[in-house]
Design a protein around this ligand. Structure first.
Ligand code: BV8
Ligand code: ZN
Length: 243
């Protein structure tokens, strides 16, 4: 693929690289994407479940969905795309991985510096005292779970209508603003403010390489829009860069 060689050169020469990943990078690990043909939201509407209103209305229903999601994510394994990013992180001093994913697969692959824009399904947060803690059990035995203070616990993730963690978003904006190269992998680029990082990086002078099986609203501003699976293209890109 023509773009792959040139994009590989850019990765080799870039002094700073930012990467934005979405659900598509975990698709080959068996984690269903949000909008794909077998998309999660085909069965459930996000408005019904991934919102604070839905949780206030029926915490048990929302937790049943997240228990199902936890089981799917616990059974998933990082794929070649996740591991390729670990190799890239080891080679490039100024490297920032920004993810919209809550599945924890980047961590399990060995990525260290991760900016999690939408939180982490393996953490819970108390609605009363605000405490948050890790819980990596595939499913939670008692729904909805409660905090030791007796308060109701929620997944420590960002729902629609909720602000992203400010520090994380600022750090992501800084990373794409200072990046010479921005890799955009497996995201439909439709959820904001995450998607806004792409034009921000471009406007700040970064070269943009998109890896996706389909077109997105920002394919047009990418210097290379590589069409294909992340699990296949990303390892090839990193392999070319390590020559
Ligand atoms: C906020 C956690 C304000 C929950 C998620 C109109 C215009 C602009 C914005 C809005 C608007 N109306 C509403 C908004 C705001 C809203 C928004 O952007 N809505 C969208 C739908 C229009 N945003 C928000 O509400 C955000 N908060 O704005 O707050 C505010 C500010 C201050 C004070 C108060 C309030 C919060 C957004 C976060 C929502 N939470 N996740 C959960 O996961 O359950 S978002 C959810 O979607 C996931 O995190 C997911 O990652 C994310 C984005 O989806 P993608 O990652 O792109 O995945 P998707 O399935 O869509 O696409 C997969 C892609 O991969 C596809 O392109 C496919 O082609 C590709 N692919 C598939 N297989 C492969 C592949 N590519 C490569 N290889 C493969 N094998
Ligand atoms: Zn509590």
């Amino acid at each position: 693929m023509p773009g792959l060689d040139l994009a590989g050169d850019w990765v080799t020469r870039a002094a700073s690289v930012a990467v934005l990943t979405g659900a598509g990078i975990s698709a080959e690990s068996g984690v269903p994407t949000f909008r794909g043909p077998s998309g999660l939201w085909r069965r459930f509407r996000p408005e019904d479940l991934a919102t604070p209103e839905a949780f206030a209305r029926d915490p048990r229903l929302v937790w049943e969905w997240y228990n199902w999601l936890r089981q799917r994510m616990a059974a998933a394994r990082p794929n070649a795309a996740h591991f390729a990013l670990v190799k890239l992180e080891a080679r490039i001093a100024r490297f920032t991985l920004i993810t919209q994913n809550i599945d924890g697969l980047h961590e399990r692959a060995g990525s260290a510096k991760i900016l999690k824009l939408h939180g982490d399904i393996w953490r819970l947060r108390c609605m009363s005292c605000g405490a948050d803690w890790p819980d990596r059990r595939a499913t939670l035995p008692k729904l909805p779970p409660h905090c030791s203070c007796g308060g109701l616990a929620r997944p420590d993730i960002v729902w629609f209508g909720e602000p992203l963690p400010v520090g994380v978003l600022r750090a992501a904006e800084r990373a794409v603003t200072n990046a010479e190269l921005l890799l955009v992998i497996g995201t439909a680029a439709q959820v904001y403010p995450a998607a806004g990082l792409i034009p921000l990086g471009k406007a700040s002078g970064a070269k943009v390489v998109e890896i996706n099986t389909e077109d997105t609203p920002f394919s047009g501003i990418a210097d290379f829009a590589l069409r294909g699976k992340a699990g296949e293209l990303l390892p090839q890109l990193v392999e070319r860069a390590s020559r």
